[in-house]
Structures are given as C-alpha cells and as structure tokens.
Design a protein around this ligand. Structure first.
Ligand code: NAD
Length: 474
C-alpha cells in the first residue's frame, strides 16, 4: 500500500505514525496510508514557513501569478482523476466531486489574477505638502485548518489567496480526507514555489491545536465546526493572532404560497440532500406557508423517496454515503432525538443495506422552531418541515437559530423576495435557488455563530491575508 508523507520545507517527510484513509462507500477499501503529525513535524513545518515567509513576501506579483496559474492549470487538466479520488475518500458522487475539483482549479486561476491586482490607495492628506499612501503586506505564516466535506475546494480557497498575498502556509487538512490535500501539495511541489513557502502536515485535532498554538504562526484560517472554532478563537484572541472562522449552519429554505411548486421542490431536495447533506450551506429546515404546505410536502416526499443512494462512483447514484461511522451514528442519533421530541418522521432516516455508510435522506415534520432538530446542526441528509402561517412568521422562524450562514426563499413575489434578502440574518441569501451552491469568485461566509472575521473567497479574501500599512511622505 502507498504511504503518503508530509510535505515540509520542500521535502517529503515520513512520520512515525500513519492513518488509513478509508472509502466510505466501501470501508474495506483503503485509499492509502497517510502520515500523522508529531509535534516535531509541526515544529519543522512552522519553522520552515517562518524562514520562507521572508523570501516569498518580497516575491513579485508575476512570480505569484505564475505559481498559482500553474497549479490551477494542472488541477483542471486532472479534474477527472482528482474527482475520482475525492469521490472515493469523501463519498461525494462523481459529478459533484469533479465539480469541486474544477472549482478548486478556477480558484487558483482567480487568485493568480488577484496577485497582479493587489494595490494600495493614494489619499489626499489633510496637511499641506504631505502625501498619504496605503499598501498591503503579507501577514507572515498562516495556518490553514480544513474540514473533510470539501477536501480540495477549501484547501484551495485558503491556500491560493494566502500565497497570492505573499504568505507562507502550513496546511492541516482533515484527518478523514487527507488524499486531496496531499494531491494538491504534490502539484504545488512542482509549481516553482520556493521551499518552505507551502507545507502540508497531516493529522487530527491534536495536530491542528499544535499549529494554532505555535508561537511563530501569525494567523489562522479555520473551517469546521463551531465547537472547534470557538476553541481556536480563544487561543488566538488571548495571543493576539489574526483569525478567521467559517463554521456550522442551520440554514432555512422558506417556501411561500405563491412559489412555483416544481422550483420549490427542486431547491429543497437539492439544498437538503445533495452531497449527502454534508454541506455547511445545506438547507436543514424547510419552512413552508400553510396554503402550499400539503402539496409541497407530498411533492418533496415523492421526490426524496425517488433519490438513489449508493456508492459514490456508481453512475446511477444521486446521494453518496455518509463520510464515516461516527457521522452515521450522529445522523441516527438525531433521528431518534427528532422522534423523541414529537416530530413525525415522514421518510428515511435509516441505515441502508450494504457495507458502505449508506443512510436514507430523512424528512421530519416538526413545527416547533425551538425543537432541537430545528436548532442544532446534524450535518447529514436530514431536513425538517416547519409549517407557518405567513411570510412574517416564516421570517421569524428562519432567523430563530444561533447560526447565520445561508438562507433561501422560493417565491414569485418581488416584494417578499426583496424583504427576505434584507431581513435574513445570513451571509448569503438565495432567491429561487438552493441554499447551497455558490460562485467561486465572490465573497463566501456567514454571520452569528457561522462565521467570524473577514470574508473568504473573491476579492475580499485579501482582507485576511494582508495587513495594511499607511505611509506619510512629507
Ligand atoms: P471539525 O471542527 O471537527 O474539524 C475541522 C478541522 O479542525 C479538522 O482539520 C480537525 O482535525 C481540526 N481540529 C479539530 N480539533 C481541533 C482543535 N482543537 N484545534 C485545531 N484544529 C482542530 O469539523 P469537521 O467535522 O471536519 O467539519 C464539519 C463542520 O465544518 C460542520 O460544522 C460544517 O458546517 C463546517 N463547515 C463549515 C463551512 C463554512 O464555510 N462555514 C464549510 C465546510 C464545513
């Protein structure tokens, strides 16, 4: 079996410990054995990055463009092969997996261009004979900590802007899906980047904690659960490190009486169940006004029951497996909670036959917005149905969680669509579109317990990966 090493200071470094990367469609299939970081591995990576940051921070925009463009080009050229790897290690169905890889390639292309566009301002001084300029400088060593559900797109959307802005990187991907991050590191290793500027150190939360707490790390960009995010925030706040957190969601999709029924059902099923519901932007609450409720529920039920759950690489599969046994147990646990608190399980919520972690998409009817299933993130293909009287009540329920990542509405009313966009407490709002599925070149992120710090992606990503200097010239 292949053993995949860390990439530290331009070299492939073995670790004493390794972890098996398992295919959730078939847990007997081992994708590879991946290095598991020791404290010393992380130390070496951060020290190398700190040295390399001095060099890369003074690289030219053209050098940065060429490196990022090379990486993007190769990712795009290998999207089928990398998509297959992603489908095998994470369980996303092949078309979605190839789509994610394509997105990662375009992200590198986008930030190749951004590297050329980083600029400052010239602002008229309030004083005579004084010139005022602003410039952006690299932050230094940035630690990137990523989850398993977008194993190439999220490493890409952190690494690309970090490098474009002249930072050195230590990437710590999720222990469940190191394969895509390793493939990305392998491409980066041939991109012409000076040694030490990009380092890959694999491992679990202990490795992540070691990275966060290393004295030479200047900034942490984290995506994962709100629980882990809060721990990282505590350390960074106490030690005055820059940090950015993208965390959980409990995203609502509101269906109004005047919605186009087929659009509404498509948005609800796609948003709740595609990617096995394992998207931070998944719509896990479908909030429906009373006159359309029955016809919508019947249509959503029919469409959900027709979904084909199976192995990620099978061409007929629409919903792949859950990522691992732990997440499967969590889904089942929440189905029980849903029943215990009085919800009606309309369909799904069961472990399906087969050796993979297959779970049938579940719809639970529970009209109490304070029910746990309407408040807590499951992170699986589980959606609640909540009946409300009218738009005003839908809006109140939509906003009644601690989270605020994404929110959607299906309506043919311009008035309600506009009001929803204004009043939804979320970083992203969708009209007649699923709550999940976003462009790669625009800001991404949420509010409340879903996000903290400057936005990721698009031109706004530069806010986090640079610091501003103001220059006075008399
Ligand atoms: P997680 O918080 O368990 O792990 C995320 C990463 O943090 C992993 O690499 C993990 O090893 C590391 N980690 C764990 N403990 C740590 C610690 N104490 N210090 C430092 N690092 C630590 O999350 P997960 O299960 O991998 O991902 C699922 C979560 O991610 C869901 O809540 C989902 O909503 C969220 N998510 C959010 C976004 C977003 O952009 N808002 C995108 C994708 C996923």
């Amino acid at each position: 079996m292949s053993i995949f090493h860390h990439f530290i200071n331009g070299e492939w470094i073995a670790s004493d410990k390794t972890r098996l990367n398992i295919n959730p469609s078939n847990p007997d299939e081992v994708i590879g054995e991946y290095a598991e970081a020791s404290v010393q591995d992380m130390e070496s990576a951060v020290v190398a990055a700190a040295e390399a940051a001095k060099v890369w921070s003074s690289s030219t925009p053209q050098q940065r463009f060429e490196v990022l463009d090379f990486i993007g080009t190769e990712i795009l050229a290998r999207k089928q092969e990398l998509g297959l790897l992603l489908a095998r290690e994470e369980g996303k169905v092949l078309p979605e997996a190839v789509g994610e890889v394509t997105r990662a390639g375009f992200i590198f292309k986008f930030f190749a261009g951004e590297a050329l566009r980083i600029g400052g301002q010239a602002i008229a001084s309030v004083r005579p004979n004084m010139e005022v300029l602003t410039s952006r400088e690299a932050v230094g060593v940035v630690g990137l900590i990523t989850p398993w559900n977008f194993p190439i797109a999220i490493p890409a959307w952190k690494t690309a802007p970090a490098l474009a802005c002249g930072n050195a990187v230590v990437l710590k991907p999720s222990e469940l899906t190191p394969g895509c991050a390793w493939a990305l590191a392998e491409i980066i290793s041939r991109s012409g980047l000076p040694k030490g500027v990009f380092n890959l150190v694999m491992g679990d939360g202990v490795a992540g904690k070691t990275l966060v707490e290393h004295r030479a790390v200047d900034a942490i960009s984290f995506t994962g659960s709100t629980q882990t995010g809060k721990l990282i925030a505590q350390h960074c706040a106490l030690n005055l490190k820059k940090y950015q957190l993208e965390m959980g969601g409990k995203n609502p999709l509101v269906i109004l009486d005047d919605a186009d029924l087929s659009v509404a059902v498509e948005c609800a099923v796609n948003g709740a169940f595609y990617s096995t519901g394992q998207r931070c932007t998944a719509s896990s609450r479908t909030i429906v006004t009373e006159h359309i409720y029955d016809s919508f529920r019947d249509a959503m039920l029919k469409r959900t029951q027709a979904l084909k759950v199976g192995a990620a690489v099978e061409s007929t599969t629409q919903i792949g497996p859950v990522v691992d046994q732990r997440q499967l147990d969590k889904n089942l646990h929440y189905i029980q909670i849903g029943k215990d608190e009085g919800g009606a399980l309309l369909t799904g919520g069961e472990r399906l036959a087969g050796s993979g972690y297959f779970f049938s998409p579940a719809i639970i009817e529970n009209h109490n917005p304070q029910a746990r299933l309407n408040q807590e993130e499951v992170f699986g293909p589980v959606s609640t149905l909540v009946k409300v009287k009218n738009f005003e009540e839908a809006m109140t329920v939509a906003n009644a969680t601690p989270y605020g990542l994404s929110g959607g509405i299906c309506t043919t009313s311009l008035k309600y669509a506009s009001q929803f966009r204004r009043e939804m407490q979320a970083g992203m709002v969708m009209v007649n579109a699923p709550t999940a599925g976003v462009d790669y070149h625009v800001p991404f992120g949420g509010t409340k317990a879903s996000s903290f710090g400057p936005r990721e992606q698009g031109g706004m990503a530069l806010e986090f990966y640079t610091k501003v200097k103001t220059h006075y010239l008399a």
